[in-house]
Design a protein around this ligand. Structure first.
Ligand code: C2E
Ligand code: SIN
Ligand code: SIN
Ligand code: FE
Ligand code: FE
Length: 411
């Protein structure tokens, strides 16, 4: 068992780490791990609220984990349950009150909630003690629940009940988890508002276009990441980050004049130069680089018009001034473009996704192209404008790409 001093130390360390970790998944896993160490619990889960349901989102189980081989991970079919008083988790979410149950199989029949044996039956596990605590936002709205299962005696490892003291400790962990969740959800809401604002500014960047580019990008990324043997955990985490970042690729256009943005015809050179600034203007919005998401969004905004052959824009410039980096000036005063793998993988992916969608769509300055012509253009530019490996992946995913086009059609 941890001594009181050790506990205090760990709590302080956790507080510090939580302030540094901005990735919600990592944070939640860490909270679960630490919470279980404190009360010596065999298993635990965090459920996140989605409307009137709870989604089983994060879970850990030492006993089940031990039965697996090295490197294997627990697979749970992600399930959801309604927020009502019939289940333990639902009851806690519906009432906001904690439940400390000594034996899941001996719940007083007078209570409205029942333990669902499904989980135990499908996983050959025996749940006994369950401590469940609501995760509440500052306005008291329910964000989810924290549930830990099967407290164990220190010496014998026998399953026992959770004490009142355990309940107090868990309340502390629940409040840390709540703060992190609320912060993540606020960030998400702000991003969605930014995307909507960018859509309103540019008639081309409609919800449909932005969703298609996000969808194509994630599809291409997953195939690419598997080919490069990236760990599944990293792929899962990057998927959401890239989708959002790709949706914001042109957010810098909010700072471009309407006269240019909505010009019904072809640009002259000056107009085109002004428009090119949307890359660094977009990147400037994320300079704080507070999280993996900020990094990705900055990289995508900055790099999505670079070309594989090095002739794209903006190239090697100082993001705050647009001035070429020392040593990267070309004779014409412009910066040398990034080329090949100097371009961030997310930038290379979004470049392809964006152009495919731009060519396939009607714009104020051009008509939509036939699919056959679009595909010919993409193939022709493999190794010139686009990363050839990504072009191959794109063509091998055409069915899915078409399905995404179909799902998000322009009005
Ligand atoms: P966008 O319309 O979303 O286009 C994104 C990219 O798709 C373009 O980047 C370009 O690489 C490709 N693309 C679009 N249409 C064509 C085309 O007809 N042929 C070819 N080969 N490629 C095409 P780019 O050129 O850097 O333009 C960036 C943004 O600037 C465009 O985003 C659009 O909003 C605006 N833009 C570019 N040219 C014009 C123009 O002549 N008139 C107007 N009004 N806007 C333009
Ligand atoms: C519940 O909280 O009701 C679900 C617990 C479980 O089935 O494991
Ligand atoms: C739209 O999506 O409705 C406009 C065309 C486009 O940007 O793809
Ligand atoms: Fe752009
Ligand atoms: Fe675009």
């Amino acid at each position: 068992m941890l001594s009181e001093k050790e506990k205090l130390n760990r709590l302080m360390m956790l507080g510090i780490e939580l302030n540094q970790v901005h990735d919600l998944d990592i944070l939640m896993e860490q909270i679960l791990t630490e919470a279980r160490v404190f009360v010596n619990a065999d298993a635990g889960s965090i459920y996140i609220r989605d409307g009137n349901f709870l989604d089983f989102t994060y879970t850990q189980n030492d006993t089940l984990q031990k039965r697996l081989g090295k490197g294997e991970k627990l697979i749970y079919s992600t399930f959801r349950m309604p927020i009502d008083e019939k289940s333990i988790a639902g009851y806690v979410a519906a009432t906001g009150r904690p439940l400390n149950i000594a034996n899941a199989y001996e719940i007083d029949a007078a209570q409205p909630y029942r333990f669902s044996k499904n989980f135990d039956e499908t996983s050959d596990y025996t749940t006994r003690s369950i401590l469940t605590i609501a995760l509440k936002a500052t306005n008291n709205k329910i964000l989810g629940i924290l549930q830990i299962i099967n407290a164990r005696e220190e010496e014998t490892k026998q399953v026992t009940s959770f004490t009142d003291n355990d309940e107090k400790t868990m309340t502390h962990f629940a409040s840390i988890a709540s703060v992190a969740l609320e912060r993540a959800q606020m960030t998400r809401a702000i991003l969605l508002r930014m995307i909507r604002m960018a859509e309103m500014r540019d008639p081309n960047e409609t919800g449909a276009h932005v969703n298609r580019v996000g969808g194509f990008a994630v599809e291409i990324y997953e195939k690419w990441a598997h080919l490069h043997n990236l760990p599944q955990k990293e792929i899962d985490r990057n998927r959401d980050i890239l989708r959002m970042a790709a949706m914001l690729h042109d957010v810098g256009k909010v700072a471009i004049s309407d006269l240019i943005l909505k010009k019904p015809g072809k640009f002259n050179d000056d107009e085109y130069e002004s428009m090119k600034l949307h890359t660094i203007l977009g990147a400037q919005l994320f300079v704080d680089r507070q999280s993996d998401f900020d990094d990705a969004a900055a990289q995508v905004a900055l790099d999505h018009h670079e070309r594989w052959d090095g002739t794209g824009y903006p190239g090697y410039v100082d993001i705050s001034t647009g001035i070429p980096d020392p040593g990267f000036e070309l004779p014409n005063g412009k910066a040398r473009g990034k080329k090949g793998e100097e371009i961030h993988i997310f930038g290379r992916i979004v470049a392809l996704a964006d152009v495919f969608d731009a060519l396939s769509s009607k714009r104020v300055y051009k008509d939509a192209w036939e699919e056959h012509d679009v595909l010919t253009e993409i193939r022709k530019n493999s190794g010139l404008q686009f990363d050839p490996e990504l072009v191959d992946i794109f063509f091998s995913s055409l069915d899915i790409i078409r399905a995404i086009q179909h799902r998000y059609q322009s009005n």
